[in-house]
Design a protein around this ligand. Sequence first.
Ligand SMILES: C[S@@+](CC[C@H](N)C(=O)[O-])C[C@H]1O[C@@H](n2cnc3c(N)ncnc32)[C@H](O)[C@@H]1O
Length: 242
Amino acid sequence: MDLTKKLFVVGVGPGSTKYLTDYSKEAIKNSNFIVGYNYTLSTIEHVIDKSIQKVFEITMKNQEEIYQHVFNDLMKDNDRCTVPFTGDVNFSESEVVDRLLDLFGDDNVEVIPGISSIQIASAKSRVPLDKATIITFHITGDIEEKKIELAKSVADGKSIILVPRPWPSNPSKNFMPSDISLFLRKNGIDTSKIDVWVFENLTNNEKETEYKGKMDSLENKDFSALSVMVIDQNIRQTYLEF
Ligand SMILES: C[S@@+](CC[C@H](N)C(=O)[O-])C[C@H]1O[C@@H](n2cnc3c(N)ncnc32)[C@H](O)[C@@H]1O
């Protein structure tokens, strides 16, 4: 018999329950513990049965303490825990996922992908993922190299689908659409010629917004922390051309 503590790290989609897969729902229902952030927990609350799953809401500050408490003090052999992530667990979540792989051990973790906010932005802007550079700035680590990669990709005429960096407690660390536009202009890009999209609150019927314009129009514009930006330099090319 397999006597281990099992972990599911699951993507639950960008917010709408319609993008929550049956695989992720199954993992949640088969778990004894659910540990997640507020926004993510709200996406799956209709799947959780609190008489079966013990739920812990975490923040960036207390997450380590709670992961350890659940793993060391509460879980028994054969118990299962789910840690849900917004969108796809394989995009812009590795700072946490890598820690959980360390804690539980790779062999005891199942990773279940989800639909990413990046995919929804790709669908709406018609910029295919395979023709775009995908960048996340939503990390706590240093982003200077990523900024250089961004400037290079734009200068090379590539499209970019990116997640900005909101940092409410320290706005000097923000790298939001306005900062991105200014950064690119300062790096010699003619931002008045480049098409951009900013999508806020994707898949949320009431709150979703879509902005399309030239990059320079983003300077000094505020967008929600929940936004995806697309720099659209896409050239359409069909099979008829080959
Ligand atoms: C830590 S990253 C996680 C990305 C997530 N794993 C994904 O695949 O969408 C968090 C950022 O993703 C973006 N994001 C997630 N859900 C979103 C949504 N519904 N609408 C717009 N942006 C979203 C926002 O930029 C947010 O700050």
